[in-house]
Design a binder for this molecule. Sequence first.
Ligand code: CP
Ligand code: NVA
Length: 303
Amino acid sequence: MKQLQGRDLLSLADLTSDELHYLLQLASELKSGKLSIECKKVLGLLFYKASTRTRVSFSVAMYQLGGQVIDLNPSVTQVGRGEPIQDTARVLDRYLDILAVRTFKQEDLETFASYAQIPIINALSDLEHPCQILADFLTIEESFGQLKDITLTYLGDGNNVAHSLIIGGALAGIKIRIATPVGYEPLSSVVEQARALGGEITITNDAQEAIAGSQVLYTDVWASMGQEDLANDRIPIFTPYQINNAALSLADPAAIVLHCLPAHREEEITDEVMEGSQSKIWDQAENRMHAQKALLAALIGLE
Ligand code: CP
Ligand code: NVA
């Protein structure tokens, strides 16, 4: 799909519904070995926050495509000493073919994208985590053979992962229910954006009502990177939103459980559920690599 070549992915809303489905199909073909792609391009990884899955899955995906990866850790590059994004972006643009950035402010990603011609990928910001959702939807499609009309309930904090699920759900026809404590709801601007795309979204503070009959239960940490100081105070507030066996018993009997990881076991999800037969968490983590390989191939224009 040549229309994706050279584009940025700062938000899932940067994709149309057709482009999202195209990437999932491409990921599935690359995963099965039906399709193979070769390249000699270079991916830069500029991560201002910790990462295991995103860093390693992007690196392995690029190596498997035949390309190279440069880890631009801020502690060893000048960005960590305050070199402006406008300058860094224009210089990296001259060396790299594509750049994935993990940062705090969405505006910083937009600055990278406006000063660099190469594709900029949001590898997680405080607002969104679009690459995660590509892998999540690939996992849901593998489990149910479809995305349309699946009901996904996300329990916990209305954070970056929740925001991308809301937007992605609108593009894919997945019904999204978000259950959070009062005051931790997702941004209403994101919900409105997704509703304008045709999304069926329920925002509630009632976890049990949200779970009833869902095919996918999803959770994430109760305090994201950058909010570590708030973690202990949040535990009693979020405990009613834990995914445990009692919660799972309210869902569709064929329901699957997802978590983007890293998990705080016995906080947002119990050990028993993580290790249980309905957990697809390890397939979901593997799918980060397949989905991002498809994304890299499409944005670089290799497929
Ligand atoms: N899910 C996810 O993005 O994991 P990392 O923070 O380890 O990259
Ligand atoms: N919401 C979490 C996701 C980690 C992959 C965070 O931003 O820390």
